[in-house]
Design a protein around this ligand. Structure first.
Ligand SMILES: *[C@@H]1O[C@H](CO)[C@@H](O)[C@H](O)[C@H]1NC(C)=O
Length: 403
């Protein structure tokens, strides 16, 4: 069981999120409220300055630090480095993670790594957040696509080293209001893989930056749900390409929506050689998520990945090998309505002639993937009074209902 959980969560690092959510840009860490304790350990819980009051005037923002985890030396041999063939990687499952609240509705969530003293641990400091996938577990929770048979709850967030915030509502347009509701029955766990780019072993904390509406979900807010769409369906995400095939398309099964609501956003994940992830709603393409390829050797590196480290690996900082590697994927947002019974599926298109795929030392093509995480906002269930047939039978009941 545990092996199944691990393999189903491993190896996803992608940018399905929106850069425009980074409203902190231009502010100092101090202004935002991040605490640094030179020579010591920063507090586990820190209140930060909220960003989305226009979305909900009561929003609060809490940072929780988990760990410490030891980033291994790139020289040491960990179990994970043997499995992945990458130096300096470690993988673990965090359980019973402290929540930002007992009852609240998540608006945004962002992952990061910090040193014990509270300063940022990122690529230039030799720390790489390979991926983290968070699961909400507890009464009534199950994966929206796979149910309970393979996972202990609902996968609701994932991040790679790009560390972009994920939104659980239309926080930029303010047209559709929704939150990811958290209740006292929920427990959080995460599968994470960290990678060191440095020979020195060092402790780091996994950091989650939660922005949320305190208390129960406002009655007119929809319920955010994440759907993990994968060409291996509820499998391990990895596909070994067929020998000799240079062009191929991988298809997922359809997920059938059990609710009415709004599509919030989606973005794909591919490995090198990938051309696009198409997302279909009832056989019509609603998003074509395409990769941006870039060379690092001699070229200019955009974004947060620095050129100071040059280790060849999957999903890691790009090798300075003069070849194209996927840097990021385009995303789509606010793609329209979702109706109960709608069928959503994806395909992943590969062409190794257009972009070379990853290769093992022996020259064979290595694992590829086709994944998209879709966020949707489900209409809240009708109020109990309206659903009960006898509720509006008497004038008294009617006035009680409108009170
Ligand atoms: C915080 O810790 C990191 C890693 O040990 C160190 O490089 C940095 O100088 C420290 N910063 C402060 C302000 O103490």
């Amino acid at each position: 069981m545990k092996a199944a959980i691990i393999s189903a969560l491993v190896a996803v690092a992608f940018a399905q999120q929106d850069e425009r959510l980074d409203l902190d840009k231009g502010k100092s860490r101090e202004e935002i409220g991040h605490q640094v304790v030179p020579g010591g350990t920063a507090p586990q819980i820190q209140q930060l300055k909220p960003r989305f009051q226009a979305y909900n005037k009561d929003v609060k923002r809490t940072k929780v630090r988990y760990g410490p985890y030891t980033l291994p030396s790139t020289k040491s041999t960990t179990l994970m480095s043997l499995i992945s063939g990458e130096a300096g990687t470690m993988s673990t499952i965090a359980i019973g993670m402290k929540k930002p609240c007992d009852t609240c509705g998540l608006v945004t969530l962002q992952a990061a790594l910090e040193f014990p003293n509270g300063t940022v641990a990122d690529n230039p400091q030799g720390a790489w957040l390979h991926h983290v996938v968070m699961v909400a577990s507890g009464t009534g929770r199950s994966d929206n696509v796979c149910g309970t048979w393979v996972l202990p709850g609902e996968r609701f967030f994932s991040s790679g080293n790009e560390r972009t915030p994920t939104a659980f509502g239309d926080v930029l347009g303010n047209k559709v209001k929704s939150v990811f509701p958290i209740s006292p029955a929920d427990t959080f766990l995460a599968q994470l893989e960290l990678m060191s780019l440095d020979e020195r072993e060092k402790p780091v904390y996994l950091v989650m930056d939660y922005e949320y509406v305190p208390g129960p979900r406002p009655a007119d807010y929809k319920i955010a749900k994440a759907m993990w769409l994968d060409v291996t369906n509820c499998g391990i995400s990895s596909v070994i390409p067929q020998k000799g095939k240079m062009q191929f398309t991988l298809n997922s099964r359809a997920w059938t929506s059990g609710f009415n609501g709004q599509l919030l956003g989606v973005g794909g994940h591919l490995h090198d050689g990938g051309m696009m992830v198409n997302v279909y709603q009832n056989d019509k393409v609603i998003c074509k998520s395409t990769p941006k390829y870039a060379k690092t050797a001699g070229g200019h590196s955009h974004g947060r990945r620095s050129e100071t480290h040059s280790l060849a690996r999957r999903d890691g900082p790009e090798a300075a090998d003069g070849k194209d590697h996927i840097k990021e994927m385009t995303t789509c947002s606010m793609m329209g309505g979702l109706t109960k019974g709608d069928k959503i599926r994806i395909d992943a298109v590969y062409d190794f002639n257009a972009h070379e795929g990853g290769k093992s030392k022996a020259g064979a093509y290595t694992e590829v993937m086709g994944i998209a995480i879709l966020y949707a906002a489900a209409d809240p269930p009708a109020p109990a009074a309206a659903a009960a047939p006898a509720a509006s039978a008497t004038p008294a009941a009617k006035s009680a209902k409108s009170a």
